[in-house]
Design a protein around this ligand. Structure first.
Ligand code: SF4
Length: 450
């Protein structure tokens, strides 16, 4: 991990041993955000009062302490610094927003047993003042990194349109490492897309951590896609990664109306148990996800659905995992990415109780993968006998073979001349495997002209 400048965290603990324990956990979850514990509130960057309600006049004591801290906050502001004040524990639970009303110097309140929410609350408080939180997380290969923008030497390219995330899934570091959602202006994207098309690119994949939350000067992602679909030569448009809650009606409609928008959608669901989805802070239920997929399929019946899954999230019991399998059976995925939950220090979920045993996670992942693999094979097998338009991208491993992608993002191998690279050609699919399809050129004269 890289070194970040140490920020000063002062925690005052009132009451019972449980609160002492919680204060230690708060220090743990805040460490990756660069906070180190100090024993004097004067000059601190973050002051947490971890309160207790049991003793008489406890609430009044907290307000009186807040009076002193407020003065320190004022002194720090005069010196050009910023102090964030948080009230945690039982008084926060009992008084809630009343605390912020009575003492406006307080920036946030967090109830007992909710210390794991502190990173999110602090990140949100910082964003509200336009400040960027410097975090010290190791890069997360699963969620943090967008695919690198591809050097254009072929016919497909990635194009970043959006970065950052406001969703704060409790397992994920992106909202801390990448900051809030930010969209590139549509004009800049269109310019880049035109340049790509001029260089021979026929397919772009619009990239963003929350790509369907795209909001560029009045443009939703659907409007952006419609704009790009008018660019001559740009025949295929894809986008990734999407959040179910940002799947707007206009984007769903675009899937039914725009031939350039490919019938493939990566729409992570993560789990099938509402209890786990809530703990993940996903803001959708299993039922709402299934209904959403139904709507998308009503607009584009042949769409290939892809998903992300996490197994063994804290608190996941056998019954919860069974609901993930049920959801997979109900939706039917053409492809998927599945992972065992792994603790990321500083993320809220890493501090949650009920961490699942590694062997249990491994066993669940095996069962999930067996089901997802079977679905992927079945989806691929359905293509046999059909004629699919394939955008050929490169030579295959075998002599005379070329490889491209179907509209559903399947790799398709066929025998054909190199002159077809960069072209969209009808291919009759003759065989299927888990990862690819094999076929022959529908128009055999293309072979003869080689
Ligand atoms: S939506 Fe969730 S998983 Fe995706 S980047 Fe944001 S916080 Fe991470």
């Amino acid at each position: 991990m890289s070194e970040t400048p140490q920020k000063r965290l002062y925690i005052k603990t009132y009451g019972c041993q449980m609160n002492v324990y919680d204060s230690e956990r708060m220090a743990d979850v805040l460490r990756p955000l660069g906070y180190g514990v100090v024993d004097d509130p004067e000059g601190a960057d973050l002051v947490v009062l971890n309160t207790c309600h049991i003793r008489e006049k406890a609430t009044e004591k907290v307000y009186s302490e807040l009076g002193y801290i407020k003065q320190m906050k004022g002194r720090k502001a005069q010196a050009g610094g910023k102090m964030t004040i948080a009230v945690a524990g039982c008084v926060a639970q009992a008084e809630g927003k009343e605390i912020m009303h009575r003492q406006p110097a307080v920036d946030l309140v967090v109830g007992p047993q909710a210390y794991h929410q502190l990173p999110e609350l602090i990140a949100r408080a910082h964003r509200a003042t336009g400040e960027r939180l410097s975090a010290d997380f190791a890069a997360d290969e699963k969620f943090d990194a967008l695919p690198a923008e591809r050097q254009v030497n072929g016919v497909t390219a990635f194009l970043t349109v959006q970065e950052g995330c406001d969703k704060f899934c409790t397992f994920c570091v992106v909202p801390y490492t990448r900051g809030g959602e930010w969209s590139r202006p549509p004009e800049a994207i269109e310019d880049e897309a035109r340049r790509l098309a001029d260089q021979g690119v026929r397919e772009v994949t619009l990239l963003g951590q929350n790509v369907n939350a795209y909001d560029g000067g009045g443009h939703t992602l659907a409007k952006l896609v419609r704009r790009l679909a008018r660019i001559p030569g740009l025949d295929r448009i894809r986008y990734t990664t999407s959040h179910p809650r940002d799947m707007g009606e206009d984007l769903i409609a675009a899937h039914g109306e725009l031939p350039q928008l490919m019938p493939y959608l990566h729409l992570p669901v993560q789990a099938g148990s509402d209890k786990i989805l809530k703990a993940m802070n996903r803001d959708h239920t299993a039922e709402s996800y299934v209904r959403l997929v139904e709507k998308i399929r009503a607009a584009r019946p042949d769409i290939a659905m892809s998903g992300d899954f996490i197994v063994g999230f804290p608190g996941e019991r056998d019954g919860d995992f069974d609901k993930t399998l049920e959801l997979v059976r109900e939706v039917g995925f053409a492809s998927a990415f599945s992972f065992k939950y792994s603790r990321r220090p500083g993320t809220p979920a890493s501090a949650m109780p009920g961490q699942v045993d590694e062997a249990v996670k491994a066993e669940r992942l095996d069962r999930l993968n067996a089901l997802l693999d079977a679905q992927q094979k079945a989806f691929n097998a359905l293509q046999v006998g059909k004629v699919l338009p394939v955008l050929f991208e490169k030579k295959g491993r075998n002599p005379g073979q070329i490889v491209g992608r179907s509209p559903y993002l399947q790799a398709v191998h066929a025998v054909g001349p190199d002159s077809l690279l960069g072209q969209i050609v009808p291919v009759r699919i003759e065989s299927s495997a888990k990862m690819s399809l094999g076929g022959v050129l529908e128009n055999q004269s293309l072979l003869e002209s080689a």
